[in-house]
Design a protein around this ligand. Structure first.
Ligand SMILES: [Zn+2]
Length: 72
């Protein structure tokens, strides 16, 4: 069970918003913890590149993407 959460970085096609938006992705802790410090994008379990965010910043009602939810 991954305990590090990431979200896809906003792109030009993705409307700018301040709030975190789903889906979120699960990131392997070994990869995600260093990225939390370095702010580098890392691959989530499903392969999407995401920006790691602190778990406390993630709304409780936000789900993981289907691939990450069932992955690993
Ligand atoms: Zn995912």
């Amino acid at each position: 069970m991954a305990n590090v959460i990431g979200r896809a970085r906003r792109t030009a096609e993705d409307p700018v918003g301040e709030k975190l938006a789903g889906p979120l992705h699960a990131v392997d802790a070994a990869v995600g913890r260093p990225a939390l410090e370095s702010h580098e994008d890392v691959p989530a379990l499903c392969g999407a590149y995401v920006q790691v965010v602190p778990v406390e910043d993630v709304p409780d009602d936000t789900g993981l993407c289907p691939a990450c939810q069932h992955g690993s």
